[in-house]
Design a protein around this ligand. Structure first.
Ligand code: FAD
Length: 500
């Protein structure tokens, strides 16, 4: 008799789960989650006479609130279900579940990221536990009440030295907090897209002649859409490709400053969509602009780009913001990059490497998932081999045998080893990666004594991330090479801050 078809008897050793078992478990879990949600929806309808909004003319009527406790549970169970079902399905599909086209790994990643990064699920679990045991009145919705018991408990674990260090850090935070809004730049944070900006992004509308007598004008405009033709499309890794577009005239510069990003508009099924991109080409790589895109499984813009053919048109506007690099304003620039976050750094590296008169040193600490995902490795290595201004340290999630670079995410030890210490030089640290990378690197930088105003982060929430780690009223970097440390007198730092 074929053993695989033998009926399972109680007492037999547990058999390995099959795909059918996985599906059975996933369908049961999902339906349990859906049923809880359905019950809640039904209860909310009942409580409001089938969503009769007229009862809310009296603003004190809030009949749904008594279901809050149950709604937290429904949300918690649903979020947990996304994570466990996508994980189970991945196992059911074996190795092929990791193929990006299936979309499972994306959902798993997003589900797990939501679990870890969005504290909401963990907070919900706390809410449900606390209110079940102690009633709704113990809730501290906005985390306003410090938990002294937990604080004392943690402090007890510290050595005397660690306690002293913590006390000094807290005193520093209090000092900056007492300065209040006076420490804040009047323009900074007023532009959501460019929270570090100390003034609106600059536009390089200059027309100039090169020694060959050719006149160069800006090809893009920050206020008008310019259609650009796709010249070529080259895969740069499994998940990323480079797209080279022609500027309107072969002699055009982009009109951007090095480090700035642009906005792109496409029409997909009759609807316009826009996304920001950091070009990897230099503003003065005349006649062209190069973007590198990561293909997101369900990404609207990236999937549209994937289908583009040479000759197709895409509309561009820019510059829109970003760091504005200028030659010889800094002694050193450090780039902390992860995956596709190399794009603004690549632009700066190409710019500095193409300008022998620029004395600025550039230091790249670059994390990639694996060796094949290191973007522009050959080009980067060839620059570093012949130009002492560029120093590169690669770090890999999965390193091949005999790998001589670093391994794992960028951490305190790596920054300590590879980033020049804050010793009075004019230095900026430019970060581009995900929020998890930014926060973790910020903690490392702070613990190693790097001042907050050294640090520029690409992305909308960069200043918030700096404040989360350094304190609410700390001095922030501007978007230019200005407010950098330029001298130290004893223990006191002096700043040159052209932005204020
Ligand atoms: C300043 C700046 C510079 C940038 N520079 C670059 C750059 O140089 N290169 C680059 O690649 N990107 C860059 N980006 C990011 C870029 O703007 C886009 O956000 C990115 O390309 C994704 O856009 P998309 O339309 O392809 O994805 P979207 O459609 O916006 O989707 C976003 C995410 O949601 C997921 N998703 C969407 N729909 C679903 C669904 N139904 N189910 C499950 N998941 C779903 C997608 O898979 C994707 O992960 C930059 C962003 C900023 C702010």
């Amino acid at each position: 008799m074929n053993q695989s078809h033998a009926r399972y008897q109680p007492g037999d050793p547990p058999k390995a789960a099959t795909s059918i078992d996985y599906f059975g478990e996933s369908v049961s879990d999902t339906n349990a989650s859906r049923s809880l949600l359905f019950l809640q929806a039904e209860a909310l309808d009942k409580a409001t006479n089938n969503n009769d909004w007229s009862i809310h003319a009296d603003l004190t009527v809030a009949p749904r609130t008594e279901y809050l406790h149950w709604l937290w549970q429904a949300k918690f169970v649903a979020a947990k279900n996304v994570s466990t079902v996508s994980d189970t399905m991945l196992r059911a599909c074996g190795g092929s579940g990791y193929k990006t086209d299936l979309g499972i790994e994306r959902i798993l990643r997003d589900g797990k990221a939501g679990w870890v990064m969005g504290p909401s699920n963990e907070v919900l679990r706390q809410f449900v536990g606390k209110t079940t045991l102690m009633g709704m009145e113990v809730l501290d919705y906005w985390e306003q009440v410090p938990n002294h018991r937990a604080v004392h408990h943690e402090i007890k674990k510290m050595t005397l030295h660690q306690r002293k260090q913590l006390a000094q850090d807290i005193l520093k935070d209090v000092e900056t907090a007492e300065k209040g809004d006076a420490a804040k730049h009047p323009f900074q944070d007023s532009d959501f897209e460019n929270p570090f900006n100390t003034c609106p992004p600059a536009y390089n509308n200059r027309e100039f002649k090169t020694p060959d007598g050719v006149n160069h004008a800006p090809g893009l405009n920050p206020d008008k859409w310019t259609p650009l033709v796709l010249k070529k499309y080259v895969d740069v890794s499994d998940k990323m490709a480079s797209f080279m577009f022609s500027l309107p005239n072969p002699s055009d510069h982009t009109g951007c400053y090095t480090g700035q990003y642009v906005i792109v508009k496409v029409n997909i099924r009759g609807k316009e969509h826009t996304r920001y991109f950091s070009p990897v080409s230099r503003p003065n790589a005349f006649g062209q602009i190069e973007l590198v895109l990561r293909f997101e499984t369900q990404g609207l813009m990236s999937q549209h780009f994937k289908a583009l053919k040479p000759g197709d048109k895409v509309e561009f506007q820019g510059p829109c913001g970003g760091f504005e690099y200028e030659p010889n304003k800094l002694d050193e620039i450090t780039l902390l990059a992860s995956g596709g976050g190399i794009t603004p750094g690549m632009q700066m590296i190409r710019d500095i490497m193409n300008n022998p008169d620029d004395k600025t040193k550039i230091n790249l600490l670059y994390f990639s998932d694996n060796y094949t995902e290191i973007l522009y490795r050959e080009e980067l290595d060839s620059y570093a081999a012949k130009d002492s201004r560029l120093r590169i340290v690669y770090t890999l999630g999965e390193a091949p045998e005999n790998w001589e670079g670093e391994e794992g995410f960028i951490d305190t030890q790596m920054i300590d080893k590879h980033v020049t210490k804050p010793d009075g030089i004019k230095h900026k640290i430019v970060m581009c990666g995900g929020p998890t990378m930014s926060i973790s690197c910020l903690h490392s930088l702070r613990s190693l004594g790097f001042p907050s105003h050294y640090i520029f982060i690409y992305g909308q929430f960069g200043t918030e991330q700096v404040r989360t780690v350094y304190g609410q009223n700390v001095q922030l970097s501007g978007h230019k090479c200005d407010n950098v440390l330029w001298a130290t007198v004893g223990e006191k730092f002096l700043f040159r801050d052209a932005g204020t």
